[in-house]
Design a protein. Sequence first.
Length: 242
Amino acid sequence: MGVNLDKPERWKEDIARSVDQYNKWFLTFAPKTYREERVKATEYVAAMLDRTNHLRNLTVRELTEHPSILFALRMSTAPPIARDRLVGLAGVPKPLVNAMEKDGRLPRGMNKAMLNGNLRKIAKMIVRLTDIDIFPWLGEARDPSEQEVYRAATIVADRLCGANADPIVRNAQERRQLLKIKKWLEARGYKDMTGKVSLDKMKPGSFAFRLNVPGLKEDHESVNIPVDAVVLPSRPSRTNYR
């Protein structure tokens, strides 16, 4: 299963072919993937606008029930602000902002009164900095038209996807790579056990993606190491595990 592991004379050719293949994929599929993600983001932002009465009623309850919207809210200001800038301007704990955006949840263990106070600070700062060129109805004290809401949602969604452009393409590329590995292995009789077994339960002739593999740190503390792909050869030998 070393494939070209022991054939360094082939590496340069392999790398060149891999780069050519990626470039072809990128030109064909990356723009499509980005557009699809932007459509999803537009729907997400439109739903957020609907729940907040088009940003006229951004409440602690909304931030509590939908903490992950903080990213979209940051992209709704003029100018869009970074997480650290929001932390400084609003005077709130960084772990709170990180938990809301990265994990889509509120931090555990924070006193409820303190939590609500910090969420009010965030809401107040977002409202203060909201981009009225994107949300003109806020500066004119009127209801927005359907077209204005859609346009605003599209602009914020574009900002979201722009900030996430690299991860969007990277995730799509990872899916492509794993699919090619899967097809290559299955064509040779290997069985996909992704999500079905742990490493110690895998049998020869099987493979799994995104598997946690137990390991040890330098201080001998045990740790789980996430591995993209694990393959157990059909005919294990000592050389397979060097």
